[in-house]
Design a protein around this ligand. Structure first.
Ligand code: 5GP
Ligand code: MN
Length: 337
């Protein structure tokens, strides 16, 4: 993969740019995609921001989100705009399987692909790019990219809002170890450019439906198991639970973190039975490597302390298998320490 600096030459004249991110996009995915879209528009390019699946409700207020297309809802339109594009930016993922049903479309695309991402082990699919696991968020990397292009003065409050959203959500509101001094420098700069940070916190964290809050209460009370002997917590949500509370995209966001707020717990897992399969999320504190765990056992990956995966077994079989692996994993961790 060539250094991202080299792709600046491709952008010297106005281009049509396809920007995409991962399936079931989160704050960093949508924030980085829309910040880059705003930037390219200001530079006189034509842009097509495309989410592989629906934008969750908690992000529908993001400036410019009405420009974003949803591949699952409009596959033909997305195929058309991709065909008309000169270059493809891939943000917040590093393996084309992460765009799910849009994978074959991107695999067939002949335009150069540019990666901006902070996950581990990028696939060699991208002609240009930057992959840095030391970065807090893809949003921080988009900020760096704009600076690299010498365009800091083009960053406005709208772009700042998008960038802040991803940096805030990927760092657990600036508390995870990945939140370095450079994140705070970026935010100081964004604030000088007019960023209103408290509005973003309210949009993301204080805009829940009562239904979602009751779902959280139900899950924590009824569906969370704590295994102090393994320093682990497990939340299992069935399709029936999702139906009972009419759970929508985004409503389960952040649930996996709750067990980590219990003293002594450093490994948290969420297993969800969705219509399209069993989805798993892993979070950890300290030296518990959930990226390897997800890769080894559940066909996934991500970061050292935050990863995801899936299972082709049934919901109950997955839970049984997870519990078996959990005790072995804990023993292995203790042996390594
Ligand atoms: P989440 O649990 O929020 O879905 O994902 C946590 C982190 O792991 C995110 O950075 C996400 O991009 C990554 N991730 C989630 N699921 C998968 C997966 O199936 N494969 C890979 N490689 N990464 C994943
Ligand atoms: Mn991210």
């Amino acid at each position: 993969m060539k250094n991202i600096k080299e792709c600046l030459d491709l952008l010297a004249q106005p281009k049509t740019i396809f920007i995409t991110t991962h399936h079931k996009p989160d704050g960093d995915a949508i924030g980085s995609m829309m910040a880059l879209a705003h930037y390219f528009l200001k530079k006189g390019h034509n842009v097509h921001p495309v989410s592989p699946s629906e934008v969750p409700d908690f992000l529908t207020w993001i400036p410019g989100i009405e420009l974003a297309m949803n591949y699952e809802a409009e596959p033909k339109l997305v195929e058309k705009v991709l065909a008309s594009s000169d270059i493809i930016f891939c943000l917040d993922f590093n393996d084309l399987s992460r765009v799910k049903s849009m994978e074959s479309l991107l695999l067939g695309a002949t335009q150069p692909k540019v990666l901006i991402d902070h996950h581990m082990f990028p696939k060699p699919t991208f002609e240009y790019g930057e992959s840095d696991t030391g970065k807090s968020s893809t949003c921080e990397m988009v900020y760096d990219f704009i600076n690299l292009a010498g365009d800091n003065e083009l960053i406005d409050a709208q772009m700042g809002t998008c960038l802040y959203t991803g940096a805030m959500t990927d760092t657990g509101s600036f508390r995870f170890p990945a939140c370095t001094a450079s994140v705070h420098h970026m935010i100081a700069d964004l604030m000088r450019k007019g960023l209103k940070h408290s509005v973003i916190h309210e949009e993301i964290y204080d805009a829940w439906s009562a239904r979602r809050m009751k779902f959280l209460g139900y899950i924590l009370h009824q569906k969370m198991d704590i295994f102090p002997e393994y320093n682990a917590g497990l939340i299992c949500i069935s399709q029936q639970d999702l139906d009972l509370f009419d759970v929508r995209t985004g409503d389960t966001e952040g649930l996996v973190n709750y067990p980590l707020s219990i003293a002594g717990i450093n490994f948290a897992t969420l297993i969800i039975e969705r219509k399209d399969g069993i989805k798993m999320s892993f979070r950890s504190k300290g030296n518990v490597d959930v990226n390897s765990f997800a890769r080894e056992h559940f066909n996934g990956g991500g970061h050292f302390n935050a990863s995801g995966g899936q299972s082709s077994q049934s919901f109950l079989e997955t839970i049984v298998r997870f519990k078996q692996i959990l005790s072995e994993f804990h023993a292995q961790l203790n042996n390594n320490n």
